[in-house]
Design a binder for this molecule. Structure first.
Ligand SMILES: Cc1cc2nc3c(=O)[nH]c(=O)nc-3n(C[C@H](O)[C@H](O)[C@H](O)COP(=O)(O)OP(=O)(O)OC[C@H]3O[C@@H](n4cnc5c(N)ncnc54)[C@H](O)[C@@H]3O)c2cc1C
Length: 466
């Protein structure tokens, strides 16, 4: 597809529509919009637009569509698959003015929000009213709800509570051709026609601009503890996950953190971590409405883990001890980045029973290639983050090795019955591998869906598919 450049006349139209302060063209001011949190990648936009309401977005889309100008939506730029990078130039559409929590409706157990609301801020606001919005990406203090919906973001609590996709009741969206649609609503059930919300959620900003969101809320659980459970080896830790499920207790989360990740954390946070010499840890959260019930459940899980070879079970039941553990867990990403600024972050997901096999494969891959690979993540739902660190390899050697290793790893993941991404999306970084997981027919169908939404391919082009 050949796109057109933005002319002075078009810039004038945008200035009249949005006011000059919301139209950015100065090179220095464009730079922050040229990248997200994806290692290495960046591309400059020609212009950044910051609309303040939905009708303005509709008009922007009409102008972009008529003039064949690519347009990349942007939340808060924490994505790690390159979704918000304007790889074809053109317009970045920043949703930074859409920051209102419009309503917390206790009668219908929903929140109505604008897409630029920070996820953690929404959680705090609903908790003040005794309600709970569970999806908890580690980036929750810096990412937006709109970005979460576009990426289908998840987090540790997915084991018990699911991911963002499970909480979207309604959306207002603007199509690439400018029409404004209202999908779903505050109702709990909806069997009317195709699930258009389902197709837009996780579409990585390629099908429509999300401008308003209705999210399901649940009652906040009354009591919660976290268990930090050290094991001598990653194999013991990973094989214990299955045994926890055999108790029929569904934990809120089962996170897996291995020694290399703990070592990186210690140096990043400049503090020690309990049982830091052990081979791997599980971080298991248990919640419920009664203190007694939660205690019974965590004692049972503790027993199962000790029987399976755990060195000890550390119970965090005060806000301070829990926060210490979760601060460490949320810092893992930054701790590894301190070790190696450039790294390949795989966000693969396999059936939970296949995690020990996957981790065995990862350690073999690390030995064979000589590359430092640090796995951690949401083992309870099969979503393991496998971080391959460049360290001090030359650019050429890194590029040569990483391509081979990534392909080997993703091929194995698919063989184990898994897929390429559990929560970060495909974007630019994994699109060359999508054929490993999706058949030709599936890719063709997806491209036809994209064409139905966006006949001129102006919205976030070059993402997900080659
Ligand atoms: C330290 C760190 C930890 C992380 N931990 C997690 C984690 O635990 N789980 C997880 O799932 N992710 C995690 N992420 C990734 C990232 O935070 C999520 O993908 C998040 O959902 C991105 O939100 P954002 O507002 O930053 O979106 P952006 O990065 O700005 O955009 C992401 C995508 O959404 C599209 N988009 C944004 N807003 C809209 C809109 N209103 N309409 C249409 N499309 C839109 C963009 O075009 C882009 O394709 C982490 C990232 C970092 C840096």
């Amino acid at each position: 597809m050949k796109y057109n450049k933005i002319t002075g006349d078009i810039i004038k139209k945008f200035e009249i529509l949005l006011g000059a302060k919301n139209v950015i063209t100065a090179n220095d001011d464009l730079v922050p919009y040229s990248k997200d949190e994806t290692s290495e990648e960046s591309a400059m936009p020609d212009i950044v637009l910051k609309p303040e309401n939905t009708p303005q977005i509709s008009k922007i889309m009409m102008i972009a569509n008529k003039n064949l100008i690519p347009i990349t939506p942007r939340g808060l730029g924490t994505g790690v698959s390159g979704g918000a990078i304007p790889i074809m130039g053109g317009i970045v559409l920043s949703m930074e003015h859409f920051t209102k929590i419009l309503e917390i409706d206790k009668n219908n157990m929903v929140a109505v929000v604008e897409p630029g609301v920070i996820t953690g801020k929404l959680q705090e606001a609903v908790e003040k009213q005794g309600l709970f919005y569970p999806p908890d990406p580690a980036s929750l203090d810096s990412c937006s709800i709109g970005g979460n919906i576009a990426e289908g973001a998840g987090g540790p609590r997915a084991v018990k509570y699911g991911t963002t996709k499970d909480y979207v009741r309604g959306l207002e969206v603007v199509l690439p051709t400018g029409e404004i649609l209202s999908l779903g609503g505050k109702m709990h059930k909806n069997a009317t026609g195709y699930n258009l919300i389902g197709i837009i959620t996780g579409s990585e900003g390629t099908l429509a601009i999300i401008t308003k969101i209705i999210l399901k809320l649940i009652p906040v659980p009354g009591y919660r503890v976290d268990l930090l459970i050290p094991f001598n080896s990653f194999r013991e830790a990973s094989s214990t996950i299955r045994k926890i499920y055999e108790t029929s207790i569904i934990p809120v989360n089962i996170e897996f953190i291995e020694k290399k990740a703990i070592d990186a954390l210690k140096s990043f946070l400049e503090e020690d971590f309990p049982f830091s010499e052990s081979g791997a840890h599980l971080l298991v959260g248990i919640d419920g409405n009664s203190k007694d019930g939660v205690e019974k459940n965590y004692e049972k899980i503790g027993e199962v883990c000790l029987k399976a070879g755990a060195i000890d079970v550390f119970v965090a039941d005060t806000d301070q001890t829990k926060e210490r553990l979760w601060k460490a867990r949320r810092s893992l990403h930054d701790a590894l980045e301190q070790k190696s600024r450039i790294m390949e972050r795989e966000d693969v997901v396999v059936p939970v029973s296949k995690i020990p096999e996957l981790l065995d494969f990862v350690y073999r891959l690390s030995e064979e290639s000589g590359l430092e690979i640090v796995p951690f993540g949401h083992a309870g739902d099969g979503n393991v983050h496998i971080n391959i660190l460049k360290m001090n390899l030359s650019h050429g050697e890194w590029k040569r090795k990483i391509e081979k290793i990534t392909k080997k790893l993703l091929t194995e993941v698919v063989r184990l019955g898994g897929t390429l991404s559990g929560e970060h999306g495909i974007g630019t970084v994994k699109k060359r591998f999508i054929h490993l997981s999706w058949s030709k027919e599936k890719i063709e169908l997806a491209k036809r869906i994209k064409k139905a939404f966006d006949p001129n391919n102006i919205l976030n082009p070059g993402k997900i598919f080659e």
